[in-house]
Write a protein that binds this ligand. Sequence first.
Ligand SMILES: [Zn+2]
Length: 199
Amino acid sequence: MKYSEYMKMVEDMRQAASKFYALRYQMSNGGNLSVRIPGKDWMLVKGTDVAFDEVGPDTVVITDFDGNIIQGELRPSKEALLHGAIYKEVAGAGAIMHCHSPYATAWAAGHRELQFATHHSEMKLKGVVPVFDTHSYAVPKEYFPQIIKFFKDNPGANAFLLKGHGQVTVGKNMREAAYLAELVEETAQISVFSQSHVD
Ligand SMILES: [Zn+2]
């Protein structure tokens, strides 16, 4: 990988994370985002305890899909193992956004899936956004198989919610993963608002 390609990937992550912090989709130092490194079983991933407004060249690391550090000073985010498992098993996954955005997280508290508030979201989110209850602040390994099964059973699926936690989206690149996460949050917000207006 050329240095310029590497820096472009870091910049894509920085822009997405910075935007999500400004939108208050991810406050404090939680959440995670990552990008698959082309041609390798490696990913570029946010360091642990790094806030979204601190993402940049010094706060991301390169790891393999099992979270082992290839390059960088920090430990990878606790969610890196889930991201690695998705990259291993979902061929089209080029980038992953995970954030604790408020409406998506609120919706996940009391539902088994995200309902579709708009035709746009139904089209873009491929008709299914399930809620997984993984009983932890970071998804434990024993829940990876059911998440991978969801992607295998639903080709083109690109998002899921985590009860008591947040949302995860999968795109071909960081820009797409971030747009999907914004759409999930928008859809969850509209779903919350529309509940009092359904016949
Ligand atoms: Zn999280």
